[in-house]
Design a protein around this ligand. Structure first.
Ligand code: HEM
Length: 438
């Protein structure tokens, strides 16, 4: 996922691991998570590096001072327990300074800073209460019917037009149409918005020359800014003339005497698009590929969809981990894991590697195996728990279940062809395209 606040925030040419004896970071292996080149290495090489990092007695530190690169570096939290602790201790592990590393430019924060992902309490709790109120059971049950309708239409179109790329034809369309329907976005600007989201996301988590990043905001960001303006207008319109949709619920929900401002609404819509569309699209595409690559798992699933769909969806999210990492900043000095744990200092940054936590061999037996019957499956694909836990986890699971049911029922021969084309990124596990047939 790329969050509304992330686009410019990625892949600065950060540094070699800091040799910082006596504090977390000592004895780091010969990899550099801060170097964009690391994220272009083959997946197996990266996985082996993370396995090595998980075996260290303390989190390694990367990109620190003295490295000749901007920023003060970060501790890499790679174990399941450490990621959970950071997620569930929000008074110590702050989101307010930004959840991407390095920090986004100041103007990005000005434009997108109202996004809840970048807030701490009390503002985060206040905003999340408003937004959660709008996700009422009535609205969500309406959405479930809608997901079925959108999925059925997409499969009709696939049968008719026989497209080659699963991502553009199906995986990106479903979550996008569902969120637009939820928000009551009219048909006409949807194509433009989807292009803009795709453009913004293509440039997230991909190394760009530092000069280009400093000189001008990415075109994708400008596109997002335009889109936010469009949604803020829609919010004003709904306040004047309420309709039966999420935008109306958001701009009229009154929690503690407060409701969303136009700017907050714009930021929230951007967040929903990038958080809800990109992540689900990547999960759906990885899922089709995983089920193709593991025919025995697919046979098990198709043999009893009612029984296995839930487990399959969670195992896809664990195995693929669409969001690789999020950052926190230490509010105070903190010992990780208890009084004898490694000391992280106030002001330090800590990056929560969800993908690594999801392969933690102390939690998951045979973690590289794709096993739709894995139980329990305490994966951190939707976050480590705590107040920022994915707002859309239920929606995402629903979308995945409905779409796979539709696909495997109506197109039983569906499978991916060849390897997915991935976009190298330290932030999200993005699939640019995936050829398929049925
Ligand atoms: C498979 C699909 C998805 C994955 C893997 C995913 C993953 C995540 C992760 C890892 C976080 C950060 C959690 C943390 O910091 O502890 C998050 C937050 C969030 N997600 Fe999702 N997500 C998915 C789908 C969705 C959908 C469909 C929506 C839209 C409704 C959504 C909306 C959000 C929002 C608004 C946040 C920020 C919550 C906050 O800061 O309070 N996500 N998601």
């Amino acid at each position: 996922m790329s969050t509304a606040a992330t686009p410019d925030a990625e892949a600065a040419p950060e540094a070699a691991p800091e040799a910082d004896a006596g504090v977390p970071g000592a004895g780091v292996p010969a990899v550099d998570l801060a170097d964009p080149a690391f994220w272009r290495l083959p997946a197996a090489v990266r996985a082996a590096a993370f396995a090595e990092l998980r075996r260290l007695p303390a989190p390694a530190r990367f990109g620190g001072p003295g490295s000749g690169h901007p920023g003060h570096g970060f501790h890499a939290l790679v174990r399941h327990a450490d990621v959970v602790e950071a997620g569930r201790t929000p008074a110590v592990f702050l989101s307010g300074p930004g959840v991407t590393t390095p920090e986004p430019a100041r103007w990005v924060r000005l434009l997108f800073g109202d996004s809840m992902v970048n807030l701490d309490d009390p503002r985060h709790a206040q905003l999340r209460r408003i937004v959660s109120r709008a996700f009422t059971p009535r609205l969500i049950s309406k959405v479930e019917d809608d997901i079925r309708r959108v999925a059925a239409d997409l499969v009709d179109r696939v049968e008719r037009e026989r497209p080659e790329d699963f991502v553009t034809a199906v995986a990106a369309e479903l979550p996008f149409q569902v969120i637009c329907n939820m928000m009551g976005i009219p048909e006409e600007p949807r194509r433009v918005i989807l292009d803009q989201v795709n453009h913004a996301s293509e440039h997230t988590g991909v190394a760009r020359p530092l000069r280009a990043r400093l000189r001008m905001p990415g075109r994708g960001l400008l596109a997002l800014a335009r889109m936010q303006g469009m949604v803020a207008d829609l919010g004003r319109e709904r306040r004047r003339r309420p309709a039966d949709d999420l935008v109306t619920a958001l701009v009229t929900a009154d929690v503690d005497g407060r409701r969303l401002t136009g700017r907050e609404l714009g930021a929230f819509f951007s967040l929903l698009l990038v958080a809800g569309v990109e992540t689900t699209r990547n999960a759906l595409a990885h899922g089709l590929h995983l089920l193709t690559a593991h025919p025995e798992q697919r046979a098990l699933l198709v043999g009893d969809l009612d029984r296995h769909l839930g487990g399959a969806v969670d195992e896809i999210v664990r195995h693929a981990t669409p969001i690789i990492q999020f950052r926190r900043t230490l509010a105070v000095d903190h010992r990780l894991g208890g009084p004898d744990g490694p000391l992280l200092r106030a002001g330090d940054k800590a990056v929560l590697y969800f993908g690594s936590a999801n392969r933690d061999e102390t939690v998951f037996a045979d973690p590289d195996a794709f096993d739709i019957t894995r139980s329990p499956n305490p994966h951190l694909g939707f976050g480590g728990g705590g107040p920022h836990y994915c707002l859309g986890a239920h929606l995402a699971r629903q979308e995945m279940k409905v779409l796979y049911r539709e696909l495997f029922t109506r197109l039983p021969g569906i499978r991916s062809v060849g390897e997915p084309e991935l976009v190298p990124s330290s932030f999200d596990h993005r699939v640019r395209s995936l050829r398929f047939t049925f």
